[in-house]
Design a protein around this ligand. Structure first.
Ligand code: FEO
Length: 166
């Protein structure tokens, strides 16, 4: 079964969203490194790498299905934020936007009875629940910490312990 043009377009749009997320998190990582928040910086760098893997996963699926990959421009992300909390709040809202893209794609695949694409997107639907939960938890923790310098110091150290994931 041939991938429809509509699905191919939506998948290319999603590839852009994933790379955009990767770029945003890289900028957040650079911002944190400049602020001497090395744990937050590492966490964001790992997150950026994950987003790149998500984009590649969709690209490989398009290739497997004989689709066409058309990479789109990536916007320059912001370079500074007023606080660590503001950074993670933006990450959370970006994740919600990525989830919306995945859900729209999933809906499209259902409408076109493209079961292979639906099955492939299942992984992303589940992953987005996890990604949004993680970002939300981090935002909530940072809200609790507030301006407490030692709390922020400890949390930065804790996030620096993050290993590689998907
Ligand atoms: Fe790949 Fe965090 O969305």
């Amino acid at each position: 079964m041939q991938l429809s043009d509509t699905i191919q377009q939506a998948m290319n749009d999603q590839i852009q969203k994933e790379f955009q997320a990767s770029y945003l998190y890289l900028s957040m990582s650079a911002y944190f490194a400049a602020e001497n928040r090395d744990g937050f910086a590492k966490w964001m760098r790992m997150q950026a790498l994950e987003e790149g893997k998500h984009a590649m996963r969709i690209m490989e699926y398009l290739e497997d299905r004989g689709g066409t990959i058309t990479l789109q421009p990536i916007e320059a992300p912001p370079a500074t934020w007023p606080s660590p909390l503001a950074v993670f709040e933006e990450a959370l809202s970006h994740e919600a936007m990525v989830s919306a893209g995945i859900h729209a794609l999933y809906g499209l695949a259902g409408k076109e009875t493209d079961y292979a694409t639906e099955a492939m997107l299942q992984w992303f639907v589940t992953e987005q629940v996890e990604e949004e939960k993680t970002s939300r938890d981090l935002v909530e923790t940072l809200r609790m910490i507030g301006d407490n310098a030692s709390g922020l110091y400890m949390f930065d150290k804790e996030l620096g312990g993050r290993g590689a994931g998907d």
